[in-house]
Design a protein around this ligand. Sequence first.
Ligand code: 5CA
Length: 464
Amino acid sequence: MRLSRYFLPVLKENPAEAQIVSHRLMLRAGMIKQASAGIYSWLPLGFKVLRKIENIVHEEQTRAGHIPMLMPTLQSADLWRESGRYDDYGEEMLRISDRHGRDMLYGPTNEELITDIFRSHVNSYKDLPMTLYHIQWKFRDEIRPRFGVMRGREFLMKDGYNFDLTKEDALHAYNRHLVSYLRTYERMGLQAIPMRADGGPIGGDYTHEFLVLAETGESEVFYDSQVTDLTFGDREIDYSSVEQCQSVLEEFTSRYARTDETHDPALFEQIPEDRRRVARGIEVGQIFYFGTKYSEPMGATVQGQDGKPVPVHMGSHGIGVSRLMGAIIEASHDDRGIIWPEGVTPFHCGIVNLKQGDAEADTACDKLYAALTAVGLEPLYDDRNERAGGKFATMDLIGLPWRITVGPRGLKNGVVELTSRRTGESEELPPEEAVKKVAEIYRPHHQAAPHWEPMAKGSFHTWL
Ligand code: 5CA
């Protein structure tokens, strides 16, 4: 992409309405525009990151054996009457009636809809276990939408639902989700800590929230500092292995880590004082096991081995896809702007031409652009007729992790400059070497997962 041809409406001034840094930077970097309270348009740069986050979620879900699908945003109230939640859910549910006076709602979550699909088509224990998921817009009429995409009214969520014959199988599904989530967040450059939580309107008392520690987080959290030493890394997991998933769950949840809703001061006191931490966190996901809470009232049964109908054991598992963008920025920025982790960056590498219009510099940039594209990377080339300072400021603001700077002086010596956004360190090297180095940096991300839908082989380009 050439910046002169792109739509990147950056703001020079800090928008007054933004209270936290991620909201401020998303507005300044031209990623989102508020359409109405808690509802946003995703401008091209923001949309690109959203798709990257979504792709990682898809890749890790399909890796865990979960099946992608898509359900609608608008749902009939009838299903929610069956589960009893139409009355229970309260004012957060946006209720609509259609021209025939039928009660509809904009889905805040999908337990009822998925249970209806399941009961219509699945009859036998032989079809289990099964986990279906989708990534779809949700609406919750939050009383105080704030912090940009962090607490929106319309937001993108991955929600997955497991159907199992027994509680034991459903707990394996729960553990499998926990493992896949650890991998998912780490690929986005985040540490998200599973913490004991409260079931809320979804239900069940077997639930963990995943929290990214951040001063601006809305949840108060209490934990043993040892939990922050844990990383999932690149370990290979057999998701069908009950033992392997269970042992990861134990490793990541055996130390004290709770949100304020489940915090137990007496238990907390038992941790050595120097390891006790009270902090704030951003909830980027939550997993639930709730047994037969929906299957029983809605009649979602399968024939067991003895031929008798049994209600299935279920759980649901959510990731805040759009909220994650805010969380990533909260965790990774400096006073000049965003610093994208390689896994979710909207473009892999910026190219800054210090002397636009200089034949040699222009040619060198075009060549770099072609070479980066040829190895499957997506560069953003700042080809505008602007001062170098302005170009650097834009690149720093939008946060591409790598930048190649091209100018007549360097070219005389046969070199360009490769700069890391994170460390600020630069090195001079021949253009081919710079391309090789950037390709090498992205290789692990390139190989991270089998793609969940057709994409050009050996290419980073998603379907965007
Ligand atoms: N049905 C279950 C799991 S699929 C469910 O709805 N869980 S949830 O309520 O915990 O939501 C899942 C995730 O969506 C949360 O962890 C959070 O990251 C995100 N989320 C929830 N409300 C909002 C909101 N108002 N704005 C942005 N993200 C939100």
